[in-house]
Design a protein around this ligand. Structure first.
Ligand code: ZN
Length: 161
């Protein structure tokens, strides 16, 4: 598993960044560096690499020599992204990948209204308010997290519906 955060590589003509919901936040320190160094860069976020693959392959192929590619996100994004990059003519010297630990899920706790990383599963304790939560499969793009309810709040909802 690649745990190295993305490293800023000096002196590239242009930087390309592809992330999914898991990789967007870990990529932020790199983006900040690129801005600080006045670098030319483009950043694409996708829900899944597969959905966006035809467009991303075109995009990668249309970049001229000297571009440097960063991938950050889930296993699917890293594997498919790397494949697409090779197909578009990139070598391992021209790309960096950061696999976000998929044993953890980013949740939004509806009790204390904070986000947190918890071990993936159907239930987890909120590290902020210590409430036992049920993790739903409802992903909020706005919060960049899966919604997590208390078992009681789900029951209440069902009754009042
Ligand atoms: Zn909480």
């Amino acid at each position: 598993m690649e745990q190295t955060p993305l490293v800023y590589m000096k002196g590239k003509r242009k930087y390309l960044i592809i992330t999914d919901h898991a990789g967007a936040l870990p990529a932020l320190p790199l983006i900040q560096k690129l801005v600080e160094h006045n670098c030319l860069f483009e950043w694409r976020t996708v829900s899944t690499f597969t959905d966006a693959a035809p467009y991303l392959i075109d995009w990668l192929s249309s970049q001229t020599i000297g571009s440097y590619l960063y991938l950050a996100g889930t296993r699917e994004l890293i594997e498919k992204g790397r494949e697409a990059a090779y197909e578009a003519g990139y070598s391992d010297d021209e790309l960096q990948a950061y696999l976000v630990d998929d044993a953890n899920t980013r949740i939004f706790c509806v009790v204390c209204e904070q986000t947190a990383f918890v071990p993936s599963g159907i239930q987890a304790k909120c590290p902020h308010c210590d409430t036992l939560l049920s993790i739903t499969d409802h992903f909020s793009p706005r919060l960049q997290a899966y919604l997590a309810y208390t078992p009681i709040s789900i029951e209440t909802k069902a009754v009042t519906r």
